[in-house]
Design a protein around this ligand. Sequence first.
Ligand code: SF4
Length: 366
Amino acid sequence: MGIIIGGSKNGLTIKEANHLQVVSMAINNSCNLKCKHCYLQSTQKQNPVLREDEWMSLAESLFTYSAPSTIAFVGKEPLLNYQSANLVSNIIKLRNTIQRSTHNRTSIGLLTNGMSLLQFSDILLANPPDYIDISVDGLPTEHDFLRGKGTFSKLKPNLRWATENFPGPLWLTPTLNGNNIDSFLDMIHYYNYHFKIRRFAFGFYIPRNNRNDDLSILPGQIEKLVNGDLYKLAELPIYEPIEILFDLYPNHPDSLRSFIDSGWAYSSGGIESSVYDFSNGVSMKIHATKVAVGLRYSVRITPEGHWLAAEDAIRMNEYKKLTVANVRDFHYDATELYETGLNSARFYKLCRKNKSKLQKTPVLKE
Ligand code: SF4
């Protein structure tokens, strides 16, 4: 749950250009796990979820007119059952038909907990997404602590299948939290050695209601990461070349500040990337975003059809208040939905909150 703005996006950096770049589609409200750190838990009654034909209409509009750089399927769990696995597959087929040429083609990713990769292997191989993110949460014991006892042993054959059979890039997307952040280097080493994992996209745990809880990262732990472990990456024994990605956003200010203060990330600009290539074959990219990305560059569509700023994805109990539109009310027209988002009070507020010289505060239309 750490990388909320569309998963790894296969390493894509959001650009400060005025068009929609990342759409994360939450296609269901159910999961086969019950993780301690899950932010997709609502106590509110939700609207009816979108039917498959409604998702297809929305996807058709997105592929035809908006052509975002990335669409990421995020579930709760997109490989929960045949219905959601088939929906992903059908949207990939639709993309292949509408965007035949490779120019401006929308990349499609799947963010899964990995528990059912084997079960849906035929579907995944028939119409493969461009990349898969698997939300592993640390070494096996740490993973089980967060995701439930015995989870890792069930994940293992799925992970093995994916590394040996999936044709596209495979990313592990651990959420660093107070329980696993001290194992950062061991985690990379373990998955690289035992599973030949070459790509890791790290996010940071955001405490619910922004209050500290027992998974919160302590200031000293982030200090150890940025002033110790990141330097040790250059000496890490590796078995396959490794790509590491940190996507930093203002919604986790401690990590953004620590990466800037320690010199790993730029302090200037709205969105900046730094790349460090170490001689042992480890490459680390740091994307530091200091402006609001929601509604202008990145949106979340919920199972009920809410069009939300990406930053609001973790506030599930407030979706009804935070939504700027429902896709049903706009006949699944992504262009109109996008315009509505840019002219919404929510966008205005997000820009004010993350005010930057590079991101002008919009003028609201009446
Ligand atoms: S796998 Fe993801 S969606 Fe499912 S319970 Fe865990 S954090 Fe939540």
